[in-house]
Design a binder for this molecule. Structure first.
Ligand code: PHE
Length: 551
């Protein structure tokens, strides 16, 4: 008997409920698939009453976990080693001190209102979980400009080291590729692949897409910009000469050009007004004194009833007992924290590696805005510190803070330089892209995540030998960008961490498929909370089952 699509959907809906029908419709292409939103927690309000949970770490994962656990009635304590919430989510402002593990200190003397997010600094619109918390907690967001077509790309060995402007690189590349494709079609090279009708349609498309002339040639176009812009009276514009294809084939140009094509780098991106740390502070406000600051964890033990965690609070030794533990500490810190984890967990903790991303930020007159019409966005150089990242906040004000250099420096020659040498390199990059402006940079601040106490790394790079991918989520990674570990591949270390170790569940971006993003931290925390809820429910059922049996 035949079955209509409507019958089919109705039956799926009856059997599996709304979400099953919805997923089926997506599968059939009837509704658009959207990036996943966190599943609502499957737990009854109040189901946490009487259960104690200790959360290790007050970064995004720990804060989200505590927020949700408390909402369900759990008695929850967050142990945070530092005197502030946020973990790696950290904003530095004038008056702040930056200290490294080796004792190096820097004092930030930037003007009031200036800041740098020396941790996460952008929120993609496809990260609904963390954006959802911003909405819920009233964290005001503004657009983070990830790409400016007025920004530059530069390579010392290409084009005599002359910087090229993004709009020209993008549009000249498009023109050259379109010209070649159009030529191939004319020469019959694609006759096997295209019907006559599609060949014609493709040629018309390429004429518009690549700005080709009637003969299928690319001679430059106004999308690529002007050597002299048009003005009033007799001031006609003069188009830029196209950059030749050979030059554009250099990786430093096409990679930079494709940067914001990555899934997690596409417009629209956001940032909190006033600094990324507005997010953890909003959570902290809601959590009140359930967060214990200045409380580094010194020991994690399993007990017959759950866990006992030792910590120091302002120097004094303390312990806390709980039924469950949500452990969000970076694995690099767990390595040196005495613990009772079972063997597979100890193995991943011992064998994993972390990247150490650095940023060097400077205060300066906004020469990029005032002299180059660049408002936000990133620039890339091949030799030296890259990328340059312009501020999205305070546009049109006199001065601002820009970044010159942001990559993983662990295992790199750059990482071996002294701090003054790194700062010199950072200034040189600005000089390469914007000659004469290196000297405008003042008050440098250098931060490398791996050198910061309680960070000891920026993001996980591998879960053990061979457990990393060599490229990231997209086709174009930041030039020089270190590989970020991808749990997507078969990866025993990751598979271990996503399962509870007795009463201990793990969370943090490293326990998600979205490493190096706050979205991953938040999603992993929700999953950890669900794991706790499921266990609590199972334990209650077991107790009532025993009670029934013994009656
Ligand atoms: N989320 C970080 C950033 O936006 C690290 C990262 C870089 C993640 C590039 C993925 C790709 O800079």
């Amino acid at each position: 008997m035949g079955i209509t699509r409507r019958d089919f959907l109705t039956r799926v809906g009856q059997a599996g409920g709304y979400s099953a029908a919805f997923l089926t419709m997506q599968g059939l292409g009837l509704v658009e698939a959207r990036p996943a939103k966190a599943e609502p927690l499957q737990a009854m309000p109040g189901s946490g009453n009487g259960t104690k949970v200790v959360v290790l770490g007050g970064g995004i994962a720990g804060l989200v976990a505590a927020y949700e656990l408390r909402a369900l009635g759990y008695e929850c304590t967050v142990l945070e080693a530092r005197d502030r919430p946020g973990g790696r989510n950290w904003t530095v402002r004038g008056g702040d001190k930056v200290s490294f593990l080796d004792g190096t200190t820097q004092s930030c003397t930037w003007d009031k209102g200036h800041y740098q997010n020396f941790g996460p600094a952008r929120l993609p619109s496809i990260h609904p979980t963390i954006l959802g918390y911003c909405r819920k907690l009233g964290v005001e967001l503004q657009v983070e400009v990830n790409m400016s077509r007025s920004a530059y790309l530069q390579n010392d060995n290409v084009n005599g080291g002359k910087p090229a402007v993004m709009r020209q690189v993008v549009n000249d590349t498009r023109g050259h590729v379109s010209e070649l494709l159009s030529k191939s079609i004319h020469q019959g090279a694609l006759d096997q692949d295209l019907s006559q009708e599609d060949r014609d349609r493709m040629l018309s498309f390429l004429r518009i897409y690549g700005a080709l002339d009637e003969a299928g040639k690319y001679n430059g176009c106004d999308r690529a910009g002007y050597a002299k812009t048009a003005g009033a009276g007799d001031e006609t514009g003069v188009l830029s000469q196209p950059i030749d294809m050979h030059t554009l084939l250099d990786e430093s140009f096409w990679q930079g050009m494709l940067f914001d094509e990555q899934f997690d780098m596409q417009a629209t991106m956001f940032q909190p007004v006033g600094g990324m740390d507005r997010i953890p502070y909003a959570f902290a406000k809601s959590l009140g004194d359930s967060v214990k600051y200045d409380s580094p964890v010194t020991e994690i033990r399993k007990t017959s009833k759950g866990v006992t965690v030792s910590y120091r609070q302002k120097g004094a030794a303390k312990t806390i007992d709980a039924d469950y533990c949500v452990c969000t500490m970076p694995l690099t810190l767990l390595r040196s924290t005495p613990n009772d984890f079972s063997a597979p967990y100890k193995k991943v903790i011992d064998e994993c590696t972390y990247a150490s991303a650095y940023k060097i930020a400077w205060e300066s007159r906004r020469f990029w805005e005032q002299d180059y019409n660049i408002y936000g966005g990133l620039e890339f150089v091949t030799t030296g510190c890259s990328p340059i990242w312009f501020p999205s906040a305070g546009l049109f004000s006199d001065r601002g803070v820009l970044v010159s250099g942001y990559t993983d420096e662990s295992n790199s020659p750059f990482g071996k330089l002294t701090m003054p040498e790194k700062v010199t390199e950072s200034r040189k990059s600005i000089e390469r892209l914007h000659p004469g402006h290196g000297k405008e940079l003042e008050k440098p601040m250098y931060v490398s995540w791996g050198k910061i106490q309680y960070n000891e790394g920026s993001w996980i790079r591998s879960y053990g030998p061979g457990q990393q991918r060599s490229s990231g989520s997209g086709s174009a990674r930041l030039p020089g960008q270190a590989p970020i570990a991808s749990p997507r591949q078969i990866n025993p270390g990751y598979e271990t961490l996503v399962e509870p170790d007795g009463p201990i569940v793990f969370a943090g971006d490293h326990v998600s498929h979205i490493v190096a993003w706050q979205e991953g931290a938040a999603l992993s925390a929700l999953r950890a909370v669900q794991q706790v809820c499921d266990r609590v429910k199972a334990a209650k059922l077991a107790v009532s089952g025993t009670a029934v049996k013994s009656e």
